[in-house]
Design a protein around this ligand. Structure first.
Ligand code: NAP
Length: 304
């Protein structure tokens, strides 16, 4: 079985930064990701709050971080972890391709986009429904789409869609947005309409999405809106099942609980990034990844 000092689960901003730090310490380390490097941040149309960049597409920023990480650490993409077990002083990982043993583990498994749970949703994912305006926005140029949600993701997707010539409206279930003020100001500046106090009740179409039934929660009235696309931005849920199955403590929402050194309740097991909840910002994820890797390294030194 392949042996490592540190294995990092997830190649998003937290995992890649942990990888840069672990690799530069000369540790035998690797990152495993069930998809491609970059994680959810690849889908951010524009990032304007990462130090050093006035404005950069998420895909480009994460490509830069990924390339830097690969100078120091091996990244296994498209490899899914099935089970992790902690034995007395080693941790074993079973993936869909292989088995590994490691002294330390850093869990940076991030979050998955939440679904609406309404009729038609599963049928039209990829056929009108998208989670990523940067990936799919151009398909809807000159056409009508709705963005669902009232957070930072919904507003950044709407701004990007408007910018590339899509006719976009936001549907939000309350009468105020939770997105940061500077994003809300931009939204008003460019004049993106918001359908307030409303939720999607049903998604309809033939092969492709054609319309959406929107229910106004105040007036109790349903309206069928003809649209070509629906961008969902209704939040995320933590990917913590594998961690909790090995005994890592999570909070009531499923986010991994850590101390200020990013340590979990299990010795030599750390967590960093969105999987720990709190302020979900790229710079925080990178910071937590660095803290986790430095502390994992220090702990290994003490044992040796
Ligand atoms: P979020 O902040 O959790 O917002 C989710 C939005 O979806 C909320 O407005 C929520 O409504 C709404 N919602 C939830 N369930 C719904 C449902 N079933 N039907 C209709 N609406 C529903 O999620 P996010 O915007 O994806 O952001 C996730 C995290 O990443 C946040 O911490 C955010 O700050 C961060 N982020 C940051 C940036 C940036 O800094 N530029 C960009 C993207 C994301 P309520 O408001 O009524 O709860």
């Amino acid at each position: 079985m392949e042996e490592h000092d540190i294995i990092i689960v997830g190649a998003g901003p937290a995992g890649l930064t942990a990888g840069i730090y672990a690799g530069r310490e000369g540790l035998k380390a690797m990152i495993i990701d069930k998809g491609v490097k970059g994680g959810n941040a690849n889908m951010a149309p524009v990032i304007a709050n990462f130090p050093g960049y006035k404005s950069i597409p998420g895909l480009e920023l994460l490509k830069n971080i990924g390339n830097q990480a690969e100078k120091y650490i091996y990244i296994r993409e498209y490899e899914e972890i099935v089970e992790i077990q902690k034995k007395t002083d080693t941790i074993t990982l079973k993936t869909d391709k292989d088995n590994y043993r490691t002294k330390s583990l850093i869990i940076c498994s991030g979050t998955t986009y939440r679904k609406l749970g309404v009729p038609g949703e599963d049928k039209y994912i990829g056929k009108g429904i998208s989670y990523c305006s940067i990936c799919d926005g151009m398909l809807f140029k000159g056409r009508d789409v709705l963005v669902i949600g009232g957070g930072n993701s919904a507003v950044t997707h709407a701004l990007h869609l408007k910018d590339i010539g899509v006719n976009v409206k936001i549907v939000h279930r309350r009468d105020e947005l939770r997105a940061q003020k500077y994003l809300q100001d931009k939204l008003h500046e460019v004049g993106i309409p918001i359908i307030w106090n409303s939720v999607v009740k049903e998604i309809k179409g033939d092969i492709f999405l054609k319309s959406v039934i929107v229910h106004n929660r105040e007036t109790d009235v349903d309206e069928e809106l003809e649209v070509s696309g629906l961008f969902l931005a209704v939040g995320e849920k933590p990917n913590s099942d594998i961690a909790s199955n090995m005994g890592v403590n999570v909070d009531e929402m499923g986010y991994i609980i850590t101390d200020k050194n990013q340590k979990t309740n299990i010795t030599n097991v750390y967590a960093a990034g969105d999987i720990t909840g709190g302020v979900k910002q790229l710079v925080v994820a990178c910071g937590e990844g660095a803290v986790a890797a430095v502390n994992a390294y220090e702990e290994l030194k003490i044992v040796e």
